[in-house]
Design a protein around this ligand. Structure first.
Ligand code: PLP
Length: 418
């Protein structure tokens, strides 16, 4: 039945589809399903007491400021704290280079709003973060992809991909969502050289950088860019990279508190765009995040998160080793050095969207990888989250999934023989 609304929606809504992942999460949210589908941090690690104390303290000491409107750029002490925090990772920027956003998801949307014209090509990794595709597609983006392997974006293939003249490159160098892989320094340097040579800016999305479980921290793209262009002096960053990070994984995603670090002129544009969206992030929430975060709490808390998630990653790897068919049967998986996700590849003929239906019958769930390929592909891949389940759930869930995969492989073999 045609409704009053049908012909009133803006053209840009025509490419809007509800996230495949969110639809799937509905399927997998049944009480006895062990779900590796979401990208959820472990709620057992949320700093509930600290947030409670900070809330009381903010209301008692600065209640009338906290409940008032404030600047779009964000609460200055919080931006200052973020600058000091980033400096320890080599990112030297000034408070004027920082905008507070409602999650990195809003930053992606604002970037789409200020940079993307309908039909603009964006260069993304294949696979890439689905939320970014959703945000950019709303502004009419088209995509060109660079393949990834166990070391992230395959920079040898960049030149080819850059021929499409992209508006920008969207990259996730640390513990990528969805694949969990990390770009080594040489590839990061190659990416920066290409960006500089062709004059194509980079959006560096880094929500997981602090969640490293082994190995050494690798310089972010924004740092390599500042070194390459010699533009990080006096904390005034004027380079080619827009850097995004968030407190969603180090404090709690429900706070919706994240930031953009970028050249001041870009921040000014983003500020104008944000004014039209929501004027500002909640003054109160920003003050609470500052109250919780300052004085070294985040660092101490991150140590604990690393221990717990690092352990859960190990439990999942051991469970896969035990319960999954191996490489000789065409099944392999990544060994992420950090982050929340592990990525498994099944034999070519296996469709993981179909596999999910069987898996849900066995009361275990994952995200079929095709959802993360903006230009198609990945039908035989699977994203598995390890941060949100207890050890015994991980072991039991992977055992169930291993049985489902094994059954598929056996029946494929019998069909081939018949
Ligand atoms: C790569 C990536 N970017 C951005 C986000 C959004 O994070 P936030 O909670 O800060 O909006 C996520 C969330 O999982 C993510 O994985």
């Amino acid at each position: 039945m045609s409704t009053l609304w049908n012909h009133r929606y803006a053209q840009r809504t025509q490419r809007m589809t509800s996230s495949v992942i969110r639809e799937l999460l509905k399927l997998t949210a049944l009480p006895d399903v062990i779900s590796f589908a979401g990208g959820l941090p472990g709620p057992d690690l949320f700093p509930v007491e600290e947030v409670k104390e900070a809330t009381e303290s903010v209301l008692e000491t600065k209640g009338r400021v906290a409940l008032q409107y404030s600047t779009t750029e964000g609460y200055a002490p919080l931006r200052d704290m973020i600058c000091r925090h980033m400096a320890r990772y080599g990112i030297v920027v000034d408070i004027d280079n920082i905008l507070i956003t409602s999650g990195s998801q809003q930053a992606l949307d604002l970037i789409g709003k200020i940079l993307v014209n309908p039909g603009d090509k964006l260069l993304v990794e294949s696979p890439t973060y689905l939320g970014a595709i959703q945000a950019f597609t709303m502004y009419g983006a088209e995509y060109a992809t660079v393949p990834t392997d166990d070391d992230g974006m395959v920079t040898d293939r960049l030149e080819d991909a850059l021929r499409c003249g992209p508006k920008f490159i969207y990259a996730l160098p640390n513990f990528q969502n969805p694949s969990g892989v990390t770009m080594p320094l040489e590839r990061r340097e190659a990416l920066i050289r290409a960006s500089d040579h062709y004059g194509i800016p980079i959006i560096e999305d880094d929500p997981y950088g602090q969640l490293r479980y082994e190995g050494e921290h690798i310089k972010p793209l924004v740092v390599l860019d500042a070194e390459c262009l010699d533009c990080g002096h006096n904390g005034k960053y004027t380079g080619n990279v827009i850097y995004l990070s968030t407190f969603s994984k180090t404090l709690a995603p429900g706070l919706r508190m994240a930031w953009v670090a970028a050249p001041k002129e870009v921040i000014n544009k983003l500020v104008q765009a944000k004014q039209g969206t929501d004027l500002q992030c909640s003054t109160f929430d920003q003050m609470v995040a500052f109250e919780v975060g300052h004085g070294g709490f985040i660092d101490r808390h991150v140590q604990r998160i690393r221990q717990v998630y690092g352990h859960r990653r190990n439990v999942m790897l051991a469970a896969l080793e035990k319960a999954f068919p191996d490489r000789s049967l065409g099944v392999k998986w990544t060994r992420p050095l950090g982050g929340l996700f592990l990525w498994a590849t099944m034999p070519d003929w296996l469709d993981t969207a179909e596999l999910l239906k069987e898996a849900v019958n066995e009361k275990v769930a994952f995200v079929p990888g095709f959802a993360f390929y903006p230009c198609g592909g990945g039908h035989n891949t699977v994203r598995l989250n390890f941060s949100n389940a207890r050890d015994e759930q991980i072991e039991e869930g992977i055992a169930r999934l291993g049985r489902v995969v094994m059954r598929q492989i056996e029946s494929h073999k019998s069909a081939a023989k018949a």
